[in-house]
Design a protein around this ligand. Structure first.
Ligand code: PEP
Length: 239
């Protein structure tokens, strides 16, 4: 199975910048040895969707609500994302969990995304103090259990292991610790669900992660939105 490079552009780029970077991704993906997906901000989705049309790059979104219609001011429906050609939707990103998202809301979102024919990218990961207390597997197991109970049987999903202390901090999780967590996640989700690692990955440090048996790809935030880093990633991925 080819590995997946999943870019989360967070709230970094103007729509014009997102459009230009999407074109660089489309070109880089032509000769890349990995599959590629990008999740721009909502306002850039339509433009990026056009920039990626006919390319090998899949379109992602950074979040979705758990209902497809109704009086939910400010929310974005999975159905609206599917209509734009979105294939993957991140749910439960740690930056959203930090703003109050719970295992229950993440599970509802994952189920709604799957019901509209897209693939949820379910983010799980422990806080620093939970790892220090040796509770990381327990925390991740509980986060996953909530989502697995809500997803329809047979629905496709991706898991992203993103320790919350590693995101955007410049301190990635040690590869040996990633390997241990991914093996634990694999024992729960089986062989069919890709498991990504995310947390302070950049063009200089990504290789040991991609070499791990149970790492099926990377979820990259900050570096995926910086044109120089993107160039460096695609140079490394050139097959
Ligand atoms: C992310 O946003 O999912 C992420 C992993 O961010 P960063 O690569 O910046 O740590």
């Amino acid at each position: 199975m080819r590995k997946l490079f999943f870019a989360n552009w967070k709230m970094y780029l103007s729509d014009e910048e997102a459009d230009a970077l999407a074109r660089a991704y489309a070109e880089g993906a032509l000769s890349a040895s990995v599959d590629v997906a990008v999740a721009p901000g909502f306002t850039a989705l339509e433009r990026v969707s056009r920039a990626l049309a006919a390319s090998k790059v899949a379109l992602g979104a950074q979040d979705a609500f758990w209902k497809d219609e109704g009086a939910f001011t400010g929310e974005v429906a999975p159905k609206q994302l599917a209509a734009l050609g979105v294939k993957y939707v991140i749910v439960g990103h740690s930056e959203r969990r930090a703003m109050g998202e719970t295992d229950e809301t993440v599970a509802r979102k994952a189920a709604a995304v799957a019901a509209d024919g897209m693939t949820p990218v379910v983010c799980v990961g422990e806080l620093k103090e939970e790892r220090e207390a040796g509770r990381q597997e327990e925390v991740v197991r509980a986060q996953l259990a909530a989502v697995l109970a809500a997803l329809p049987k047979g629905a496709a999903f991706v898991v992203a292991y993103e320790p919350r202390w590693a995101i955007g901090t410049g301190t990635p999780c040690e590869p040996a610790d990633v390997a241990a967590m991914h093996a634990a996640i694999r024992s729960i989700v089986g062989a069919d669900a890709p498991i990504l690692y995310g947390g302070s990955v950049d063009p200089k440090n990504f290789k040991p992660y991609l070499a791990l048996q149970d790492v099926d790809g990377l979820l990259v935030g900050g570096a995926s939105a910086r044109p120089d880093d993107v160039r460096a990633f695609f140079e490394a991925f050139a097959s």
